[in-house]
Design a protein around this ligand. Structure first.
Ligand code: RTP
Ligand code: MG
Length: 148
């Protein structure tokens, strides 16, 4: 089953949105297989957002993502990578549809509440950056027949 990496960014943690966000993915039918509250070291932030290191906003992005705790998660399910991106909404909250996480709670691009992997390659890379294999739990739920 496909897995993706997501995290509630420091603004989402400060605004008490961990419960709402995890609840959305749970209710959708995805399964949580790993999660932790953590303070991201600068080196990990720079590596995680490495694709943006030449962008003018890179410094601000690293500063923001390390400015307070994040809630890092791995979620599993069919097409979870693309579906979770849709549930997050567009990068710019002003363009994110109502009903999406960024559309419902975000206002500016630099504080857009949540991160999610954007491809299978990113998901594998980011899960490996944030979690050890012992931190991911392989388990079966009883309601899968009602989801698939
Ligand atoms: P993320 O990686 O955080 O899930 O966001 P994303 O895929 O939707 O967007 P991406 O293009 O990967 O950009 C990463 C984060 O950089 C910040 N950003 N700031 N000031 C700006 O113009 C600007 N553009 C992007 C955003 O916080 C975005 O989530
Ligand atoms: Mg991205």
């Amino acid at each position: 089953m496909e897995k993706t990496f997501m995290m509630v960014k420091p603004d989402g943690v400060q605004r008490n949105l961990i419960g709402d966000i995890t609840s959305r993915f749970e209710k959708k039918g995805f399964q949580l297989v790993g999660a932790k509250l953590m303070q991201i070291p600068t080196s990990l932030a720079e590596e995680h957002y490495g694709e943006h290191k030449e962008k003018p906003f890179f410094g601000e992005l690293v500063e923001f993502i390390t400015s307070g705790p994040v809630f890092a998660m791995v979620w599993e399910g069919e097409d979870v990578i693309a579906t979770a991106r849709n549930m997050m909404g567009a990068t710019k909250p002003a363009e994110a549809a109502p009903g999406t996480i960024r559309g419902d709670y975000g206002v500016i691009v630099g504080k857009n509440i949540i991160h999610g992997s954007d491809s299978p390659e990113s998901a594998e890379r980011e899960i490996g950056l944030f979690f050890n294999s012992e931190e991911l739990v392989d388990y079966q739920k009883n309601d899968l027949n009602w989801i698939y």
